[in-house]
Write a protein that binds this ligand. Sequence first.
Ligand code: UFG
Length: 330
Amino acid sequence: MTVLVTGGAGYIGSHVVRLLVERGDEVLVVDDFSTGIENRVEDLPIVSLDLAASDAEDRLVAAIEEHSVDSIIHFAAKKQVGESVEQPLMYYRQNIGGLTNVLAAVERTGVESLVFSSSAATYGMPDVEMVAEDLDCRPINPYGETKLIGEWMIDNAITAAKMRGTAFKAVKLRYFNVAGAGWPELADTAVMNLIPIVLERVATGKAPIIFGDDYATPDGTCIRDYVHVKDLAEAHIASLDYMKSEEPAETVFNVGTGKGASVKEVIDAIAEATDREIVPEMGERRAGDPPALVADVSRISAQLSWKAEYGLTEIVRSAVDAAGMSSTGK
Ligand code: UFG
């Protein structure tokens, strides 16, 4: 199989690239290196390309034809919720514009399957703790909207391909809170999410801040479903295999563990893994934070036979090790 991975030099993309290479697939990386890091994929063919650029569709078509690509995994996108509120048009231009060019290139070539990075941000602020895929999606920020619209665009492309009599299948994966490192050199270098933020604050002698401890949860702090990036990467491989073997019965899947952890529990796990006492400060609630968001993973387990192998302890330990902050000093 030859797989084109957009955003393949990114944190999640590079984990998937590593697994594809390990199992013997041919891989072509497309990345604009705005946040991607070339070292993560340096031995592979790379097309340096902003997918929202005016020549992106033609350059994608040329790359797909030159490398006889049969599948695409599309990661390349902007992914910061706060930034998306401040610069919504940039999010629409990059995420919707980029996907439009990917789907146009699919239509012009013989690409048979696509895996799309979607997000639990599509759900918004659900009033249930455990979310299943058929819940109404009501995203509450432009980032989540671009992911939901992306899912619709793909559904429309599947319908149109059927009408043309073309074989095209797609799977949309709704990621929950991705963290950890499968290989230390592929670790998340952006400090945008809870675990990297806490690690950085601890490393620089600052107290981490908990954004609100008065939620209606057992310890008052927000609950999320943390999934190991290597498990998430495996879900992409399972998606490719699913589309190869049968007509997908479902096309959208939550990717999480089905178990929630509170902010306090995450900080405790970091204290344990670093063997340091961490005394967090209590801060204000952050706007737009749902109290609890945990994936119902029955669908992905039934259809893709995928299940997370790692839990919070392994996730945190791998992040701590990659940051060189483990208690053993390795
Ligand atoms: N938090 C703190 N202190 C911090 C940072 C975060 O208490 O310094 C809390 C947040 O309030 C939240 C939890 O830790 O309760 C997790 O926060 P993150 O920012 O790590 O993650 P989010 O759940 O807000 O968002 C993540 C992804 C988004 C995606 C969303 C989908 O970062 O891209 O999950 O649910 F849209």
